[in-house]
Design a protein around this ligand. Structure first.
Ligand SMILES: *Cc1c(COP(=O)(O)O)cnc(C)c1O
Length: 433
C-alpha cells in the first residue's frame, strides 16, 4: 500500500501556477509544505472526515481546516444555514439579528464572557483584545509564551509557534523594533518566569496572553497549577489575563478551556470553530473591560464586514448544534481518548523515539524522547523524521498537518473504523522510518 504513491499531476500543475502569482503559492505559509517538502495537495472538496484533491485522491483528514470542522466537513446544518443566509443578501454594513444571536451564544457558554465583539479572524481578535487590555489598564507591556501562536499581528510575532517555527525565522522581518519591544516572553509551564517579569515591571504589564493548551508547537498541555498561577499573578499585579481560545474555544468543551480547566480569564479570544469554516473571530470578557471598546469607550476597533450575516449563520448553526446535541463533547473526547491512547501504543511498539501529547480531541506525535512541556522541548523533535512519516501517511491517504508543530484535530465525523484504519496505516508508516 505504501509504495502506491498517489497521483499529484494536477496539484503540481496548479501549484506551479500559484507560485507565479501568490507568494510561495499559498495564502497561509504552513500550507506550502515547506517543512516536509513536496507539493501541497490542492483540495477540491471535503465531506465529513474526508477531503478530495484535484487529482481525485481522497484523504482521511486530521486537520479539519485547522480546527473549525469539529462537526466534520460540509455539515448539512451549517451548509443549509449559509445558503439560507445568502438568499437574504451577503452583507448590509448595519446591525443584524444574527449578530445578537451569535453574541448571546458565546456569552451563554461561560459566565465571565459578558460582552463580545465579532471580528474576521483570530489575528484580529488577539490584536483587539490586547488593545482593549492596554486601554483598560493604561499599561503597555504584555507577556506571551515562547511557542504560543496568537496570529500575525506585529506585537505577537515574538517567539511565535505554528508556521513561524518552521519558517526558520524566530521573528518576522518588517516588524519595527518598537512594536515588539513591549512584548515580553516567558516559558510555558514555568510560572516563575512570569513572576520574574512581573517583579521587574510591576506596574507596566497590561496583560498575560496564553494558549490554555499550547496547540501551535504541536500539542503542549498546561501542567497542574500553571493556568491557576497565571490567574493569581494577574490578580496580584492587576494585569488582564487573556486566554487565546482560538483553538480550544468550543473544542475542549462548550465552555472551552475555561470550563475544562476551571480557570477564569478576563478576556478570551475566539476564532476557528465559532465560524464553522467562515472567516470569523471574536473577543470578549468582563463587562468592565469590554466597555472600554468604542463606541462605549476610548479603545478604537472596527470592521466593515465584522458580524457578516453569512458568517454568523454558519457560526450560529454550528454552536447551536454543539450546545444542543446531548453528550456531544463527552462522545468526541472519549473517542479521542481511545484514539490517542492507541496512537501512543502504536508509537511505543514501533520502538522509535517518540512521545504523544493529547488533550481532548487535540493530539500530536513528537519525534523526540523528551517529555514535551514547552517550546524548547518541542524543538528537540526530529523534523526530518516527521517529514518522512507525514509523506508516508499522505501516500496512504491520511492527511496530517504538514508540520511537526501542529495539532491533529478529531471531529465528530471521524468513525471508529476510520480511526482503526488510520492506526494500521500509522503502524506501517512508522515501520518504514
Ligand atoms: C489560528 C490561531 C490564531 C490566528 O487566527 P487566524 O484566524 O489565523 O488569524 C490565533 N491564536 C491561536 C491560538 C490560533 O491557533
Amino acid at each position: 500500500m505504501l509504495e502506491n504513491r498517489l497521483r499529484t499531476e494536477k496539484s503540481e500543475e496548479l501549484f506551479a501556477r500559484a507560485c507565479k502569482v501568490i507568494p510561495g503559492g499559498v495564502n497561509s505559509p504552513v500550507r506550502a509544505f515547506r517543512s516536509i517538502g513536496g507539493t501541497p495537495r490542492m483540495i477540491a472538496s471535503a465531506n465529513g472526515s474526508h477531503m478530495t484533491d484535484e487529482d481525485g485522491n481522497t484523504y482521511l483528514d486530521f486537520v479539519g481546516s485547522w480546527g473549525p470542522m469539529i462537526l466534520g466537513h460540509n455539515h448539512p446544518a451549517v451548509r443549509e444555514a449559509v445558503i439560507k443566509a445568502c438568499e437574504d443578501g451577503l452583507s448590509f454594513g448595519a446591525a443584524t439579528k444574527k449578530e445578537v444571536e451569535m453574541a448571546e451564544l458565546i456569552c451563554g457558554s461561560v459566565p465571565n464572557v459578558e460582552m463580545v465583539r465579532m471580528v474576521n479572524s483570530g489575528t484580529e481578535a488577539v490584536m483587539s483584545a490586547v488593545r482593549a487590555a492596554r486601554g483598560f489598564t493604561g499599561r503597555d507591556k504584555i507577556i506571551k509564551f515562547a511557542g504560543c501562536y496568537h496570529g500575525h499581528a506585529d506585537a505577537m510575532l515574538v517567539q511565535a509557534g505554528s508556521g513561524v517555527m518552521t519558517a526558520g525565522v524566530p521573528d518576522s522581518a518588517g516588524v519595527p523594533k518598537g512594536c515588539a519591544a513591549d512584548t515580553l516572553t516567558a516559558v510555558y509551564n514555568e510560572p516563575k518566569s512570569v513572576q520574574d517579569l512581573f517583579e521587574r515591571f510591576p506596574d507596566e504589564i497590561a496583560a498575560v496572553i496564553v494558549e490554555p493548551v499550547g496547540a501551535n508547537m504541536g500539542v503542549v498541555l498546561p501542567e497542574d497549577g500553571f493556568l491557576q498561577a497565571l490567574r493569581s499573578l494577574c490578580d496580584r499585579y492587576k494585569a488582564v489575563l487573556i486566554f487565546d481560545e482560538v483553538i480550544t474555544g468550543f473544542r475542549l468543551g462548550f465552555a472551552g478551556a475555561q470550563g475544562y480547566f476551571g480557570v477564569d480569564a478576563d478576556l478570551v479570544t475566539y476564532g476557528k470553530i465559532i465560524g464553522a469554516g467562515m472567516p470569523v473571530g471574536a473577543y470578549g470578557g468582563k463587562r468592565e473591560i469590554m466597555e472600554c471598546v468604542s463606541p462605549l469607550g476610548k479603545v478604537y476597533q472596527a470592521g466593515t464586514l465584522s458580524g457578516n450575516p453569512v458568517a454568523m449563520a454558519a457560526g450560529i448553526a454550528q454552536l447551536t448544534l454543539l450546545r444542543d446535541t446531548p453528550g456531544f463533547y463527552e462522545e468526541l473526547n472519549q473517542k479521542a481518548k481511545w484514539f490517542y491512547g492507541r496512537v501512543e501504543k502504536t508509537v511505543r511498539e514501533s520502538g522509535l523515539k517518540a512521545v504523544v501529547n493529547s488533550c481532548a480531541s487535540l493530539g500530536c506525535v513528537f519525534f523526540t524522547d523528551q517529555a514535551v512541556v514547552n517550546y524548547e522541548t518541542a524543538k528537540t523533535s526530529d523534523t526530518d523524521r516527521f517529514a518522512k512519516y507525514c509523506h508516508a501517511m499522505f501516500d496512504a491517504g491520511i492527511y496530517l498537518a504538514p508540520s511537526q508543530f501542529e495539532a491533529m484535530f478529531l471531529s465528530a465525523a471521524h468513525k471508529k473504523e476510520e480511526l482503526e484504519y488510520a492506526l494500521d496505516v500509522m503502524r506501517s508508516c512508522l515501520n518504514t522510518l
